[in-house]
Design a protein around this ligand. Sequence first.
Ligand code: G6P
Length: 626
Amino acid sequence: MMLEHRQATVFFCPKAWKLFCGAGCYIKHMCGIFGYVGERQSDVALLAYWALRDLEYRGYDSWGIAAMTPEGIYIKKSVGKISDANEREFRGVSGKIAVGHSRWATHGGVSEVNSHPHFNRDRTISVIHNGIVENHNELRAFLREKLGVSHEDLFVSETDTEVIPHLIDYFLREGKNFEQAFVETGKMLEGRYAVVVMKKGEPYLLAMRDGSPLVVGEGRDEYYLASDVPAFLDHTRTVCYPGDREYLKVSADGMMMRSLENGTKVEPKWIEIVWDKVSATKEGHAHYMLKEILEQPLALDKAIHQEDEQLLAAARLMKEREHLFFIGCGTAAKMAKLGELYAATVGEKLATAFVGSEFNTYGRFLDRKSLLFAVSQSGETADVLEALSIGRKKGTKIISLLNVVGSSMDRMSDQKLFINTGPEIAVASTKAATAQIAVLILLAYALGKKLGEGKHLMRKVVKEMKQWVTLDLSREIRIVAQKLKDTNDLYIIGRGLNAPIAHEAAIKIQEVSYIHAEGFPGGELKHGPIALIQKGTLVIALIPNDETKRDMESNTTELKSRGAYIIGVSPSHSPLFDEWIQVPDIGVASPIASLIPIQLLAYHLAVLRGNDPDKPRNLAKSVTVK
Ligand code: G6P
């Protein structure tokens, strides 16, 4: 067992801090958090270990547990998966309060020092956090000024989280009690968070949330706090979900919930969970695919939080290279094509997109004047890796747009951008795809020297998506799916920015519903596919309010006059539509609005046809062989 006095200096690392400052980056993470308070006298660390194993799907690059024991604060942190740790390590740590954290870093260092919990200087306060403190730089400066100490003397990690214990500590020194200090700290935080705090000698936990998930489980003389219910489903099914900007004080005797802003008491609404443990990991949804589709507003929000410097550096590299090649496979190939289109239309730079497996023929054109831009969720797709290795041999610069830190592509690239969406578990890519679109849009604006405009647009898009992408939308699409579910064929057309989305829509539907689906650019119809159209043939037409609208309408008229049943995906209604899926008008970001209802359609078609959308037949999440 590791006690606090033995840990006092272990995590101090000024070198890492300097490196971090120099890079101007900060740590972003998805993470799983867990807290326990109750009359359980033994094995409290083991309890946290089991809980973190159940939350591992949320993050698995490092973890940490702290528990209040009669001997002092027990602390255990490590890099790697919690499931790789030995259960025996946690046995025999008795106590009534513990916190635990499983981390998934998408920016910067995976290290023991960056893993949670984070502490104040004398390690009496342990903090676990899921989310991001966006104003952590300002808060660091505030603390430095107030405490009159250097960074090196105060901060030991590279994380945004570490400001929290120091702020609480500061307010305690100002004469506030623990709860007051916690509330004052909460009021200063900007960004998204679910935070749980334990303080030595205090028989309760404090927690708050804004934007990141936090659920409370109520047992007999005990409470559980977690990012998701599977963490405590073996112990209780009575749960309550605190709202944004609410905080909790939880002890073995009871729970008190208040508004962070004005301290008003909030009555908890307890409900009984009826799901089994496996489905509970999906945050209440029947499948990961649905969970991931519905969390896209949040995923997009995370994706657009890119460092300006990084976007501008990537844009500079793209601008100065003679030949720019986008490359990807599967869904990422369609997004690579969008990268090409955005580079041309918004960034004024000619680029070419290739499917990874078809790139070999063009490898001979790679040289020091060219740039390979890889788009990949996993960063491990074999065909893309092969193209990148040809590039490396020829001195070609590489930029990668990735989700997984530390992946092979991350290691091979000169510059990397991360979409920060957290693990994508369902095989069919959904949230990673729209997050890739978001970053490609920002990049194109940076390329066109108008990044401010791009950021403004994307903030508006996120706002729109938050209102639109809800369970109501899912229900609406399910009704459409019910009408289409028995079809054998489905065609999708789009033009311009929505032509790659027509292709992506087709593979989404193929992947999970097993319906024969094909996507075409609207203009290609008359060169072949229109021969397939008969009375009742289903066609999805992607018609945004942009320069493609008129041509798309005339293509749709051609189909309609041959008897096609038209499902229009568009911000505006048209008499051509037999079904209208109304989408928000979000300008050049229209591919995001067109794609999301199709992902839902694919999902519901799969479920209605009795398929498991999370694990489609014959497919793998990551294709690491050629
Ligand atoms: C597999 C997955 C797809 C994914 C593709 C590329 O085919 O089933 O969902 O789009 O690989 O994966 P990547 O990790 O490179 O984005």
